[in-house]
Design a protein around this ligand. Structure first.
Ligand SMILES: Nc1ncnc2c1ncn2[C@@H]1O[C@H](COP(=O)(O)OP(=O)(O)OP(=O)(O)O)[C@@H](O)[C@H]1O
Ligand SMILES: [Mg+2]
Length: 149
């Protein structure tokens, strides 16, 4: 952790296939945000996006790092993974599209709603991927003028 000039940064490692720890980062980020004055609605949206991004690394990549940055104006999440990558991003972004295995579906995943939900909850969302190398997501929440309630 580093803290300087009102910027808080954290890094979290995500291990592929490690379902026992899936969701931990989302909980941790929620805790950090709850210690600030950030509105519950933004905290909830950030926790949902973190959870979905984290789960995708667990299910579809070998490993990844989630970089969390909080400054007075924004929350930024960057998730960088090493893995198979995504061949067709616009297809992956479609509601209902999923390549989840039968095993994952039995665990309750694979609705094909993770990426669309990240996009819906974020104020700004970027995704890029290199097939066979990995995927990067950047997710932003703006703390001013973002409809806090
Ligand atoms: N980090 C990633 N690396 C490789 N492929 C990914 C990654 N994230 C998503 N995908 C691909 O994009 C598809 C859609 O992802 P999305 O999160 O929307 O749905 P899902 O994970 O299949 O189901 P759900 O999130 O609803 O449980 C996945 O099925 C997978 O094929
Ligand atoms: Mg998903």
């Amino acid at each position: 952790m580093t803290e300087k000039e009102n910027v808080l940064t954290r890094e979290f490692e995500i291990k592929g296939k490690d379902f026992s720890r899936a969701g931990n980062i989302s909980s941790k980020i929620k805790e950090i945000l709850q210690e600030t004055g950030i509105s519950n609605s933004i905290i909830r949206r950030a926790a949902i996006a973190t959870y979905e991004a984290e789960l995708n690394v667990v299910m579809y990549a070998n490993k990844g790092i989630l970089y969390f940055t909080l400054d007075p104006d924004s929350i930024r999440l960057k998730i960088d993974d090493e893995g198979r990558g995504i061949k067709d991003i616009s297809l992956a972004m479609k509601e209902g599209y999923s390549t989840a295995t039968e095993e994952y579906r039995e665990m309750g995943f694979g609705a094909g709603m993770g990426l669309p939900n990240i996009k819906k909850n974020a104020d700004k969302f970027k995704i890029s991927s290199i097939l066979g190398k990995g995927t990067t997501l950047e997710i932003f929440f703006f703390l001013n003028n973002s409809g806090a309630s």
